[in-house]
Design a protein around this ligand. Structure first.
Ligand code: NAD
Length: 261
């Protein structure tokens, strides 16, 4: 992908799943990567990899991550913010602490990370008209409702609109901001959700909702994240891009089978 070998990128949630796959893909494309998670991610990398421990809800810690990335690599061209948590439940069963945890990490955390990154990007001179590119991780569950989703869907719906607003506010300054809305992706997060008692049938049903009739791999999200950071995506901003095997394309209701497809 164009330009990645000259770009320096922070990847959050880089110890697991989508974040880890994205850090690996960016390193393979020649980017310099600051990989961040609650414990410093253990990834294979050379002097283009900086691993740091930080809680992304802690504004001071996030500011220190941005400062360390810039000190090490000289600039901040991109952020892929993949740190996040599952959670929620029907609201009459949801206590205040769980609501606050999910909204705090997924939505407020995205605000905290974007604010720190944008403050730095505004200080640096544009290269080829661009000061930086930020990629948020929303979800198909930020585009439509899911049974029992509540706090999670509210957090991801918030991420979608926060992303669009950031794109509006900072486009003039050469900062692009886009959200990826993955379908169900096989990561430790999803294994945790599908591992709960009685979820086998639900897992099969959710898998079937993807029109490709399978769940996604973290590398399939990483590919789109790397594209969005790269110069190939120079005219893409303010988008919430489903990468979902057709999950949100529409309902099937078994009609394709009736048609012999
Ligand atoms: N897996 C899916 O099906 C799926 C679908 C749609 C969206 N997403 C979103 O993609 C993102 C990545 O999900 P994943 O499936 O790779 O999950 P994951 O659990 O495999 O990885 C998430 C990482 O985020 C880190 N993290 C959590 N809270 C943090 C905090 N406060 N500070 C720093 N790091 C923190 C965790 O330690 C973990 O390593 C999340 O935002 C998730 O909501 C996932």
């Amino acid at each position: 992908m164009q330009g990645l070998d000259r770009r320096t990128v922070i990847v959050t949630g880089a110890a697991s799943g989508i974040g880890a796959a994205t850090a690996r893909r960016l390193l393979a494309e020649g980017a310099s990567v600051t990989a961040v998670d609650l414990a410093a991610p253990q990834l294979d990398g050379d002097d283009r990899l900086l691993g740091l421990a930080a809680d992304i809800t802690d504004a001071e810690a996030v500011g220190a991550v941005v400062a360390a990335a810039v000190e090490r690599f000289g600039r901040l061209d991109g952020v892929v913010h993949a740190a996040g948590v599952a959670g929620g439940g029907p609201v009459h069963l949801l206590d205040d602490a769980e609501w606050a945890r999910v909204i705090g990490i997924n939505l407020t955390g995205t605000f905290v990370v974007a604010r720190a990154a944008i403050a730095r990007m505004l200080e640096q001179e544009p290269i080829d008209g661009e000061r930086g590119s930020i990629v948020t991780l929303a979800s198909i569950e930020g585009l439509e409702g899911t049974a029992g989703g509540s706090a999670y869907n509210a957090s991801k719906g918030g991420v979608v609109l926060l992303t669009k607003n950031l794109a509006i506010d900072y486009g003039r300054q050469g900062i692009r901001v886009n959200a990826i809305c993955p379908g169900f992706i096989d990561t430790p997060m999803l294994a945790g959700v599908f591992g709960s008692e009685g979820m086998e049938g639900v897992a099969a049903h959710l898998t079937e909702e993807h029109k490709l009739r399978r769940r996604g791999a973290p590398e399939e999200i990483a590919a789109v994240a790397a594209f969005l950071v790269s110069a190939d995506a120079s005219f893409v901003t303010g988008a919430a891009i489903p990468v979902d095997g057709g999950y949100t394309a529409g309902r099937d209701h078994g009609v394709t089978e009736l048609m012999g497809l």
